[in-house]
Write a protein that binds this ligand. Sequence first.
Ligand SMILES: [Zn+2]
Length: 330
Amino acid sequence: MSVPLQPKLTIVMYHYVRPLALTRFPKIKGLDLALFDEQLAYLQKHYSLISMEELIDAIEGAGRLPPRPALLTFDDGYTDHYEHVFPRLAERRLQGSFFPVACSALDRQILDANKIQFTLASDVDPDRLVAFIEDACRDRAAEFGLHDIAHYREKFWVGNFLDPPNVDYVKLMLQHALPMKLRAELVDQLFRRYVASDEVSFADELYASADQLRAMRNGGMHIGSHGDLHLWLGTIPAPEQYADIDRSLRLLDAVGMPPRYRTICYPYGSYDAHTIEAVAARGFKLALTTEVALADRIAAQRFALPRLDTNHLPKDALASPNEWTIAAAG
Ligand SMILES: [Zn+2]
């Protein structure tokens, strides 16, 4: 049975999916493989898992969505997705939508966001990282025209449902708050000191290659853009947004994605009116954000579709008789 585009669409967002205890970085914030298996079983039982092509066709009036539709999305193109996710989805005859970053998949660059995550997942005390960052802010205040520490503390010492304030502060300072040149330098120093000195072999371990992504595509998976350099698109000038989005298309070409079903997932969920203009102009059919919600006006929201993080979903999915709702998203 099909219904028109009224059903609320649940889009689930995943990043790392791995057997955490068996990895070199058990503290990395990821979904354990056993829990992923449980979630898939739960979703298949209670939802209609749809493909990206079905969703795009429905938005364009060429098809209808089943009741309780759900879409599975995986960000950043990790080898996890090739090694663990792809075989599980294929076995269940499900499709996943994967959003690798062009510079990581093709050029083997490690994203600053990943360097920060692995630094935090090493054994270093987060307070040492805070001290390192703040020392640098004092030493180089004049060079970069920085604010005083109190300003950064007031704005970014916050915390959220995943991270205590000191960890959140380290992330925000290094991802966002400090000038790009300074934070890139600090992130590199920390990564080399606490994680790995050989970036290329670490990148090979972390990110799926173009060949692996092609194999996933040939196996029925959807591959979309996640930018060329994983930038906060909504915070940079329009021409730079266009340039990054255009450069990201080299990955879609490399894995053989047809323009007919071109999609994008905004890095960090960051976008503004120019981003939407750019993706529409470049023929993207839909775009995903990190806003936490179910999509209830799918066609109108096509360039800013909200998602639920897997970490928002019940930890013990099989034991929970309740359907996933916004209330569960906390
Ligand atoms: Zn990302």
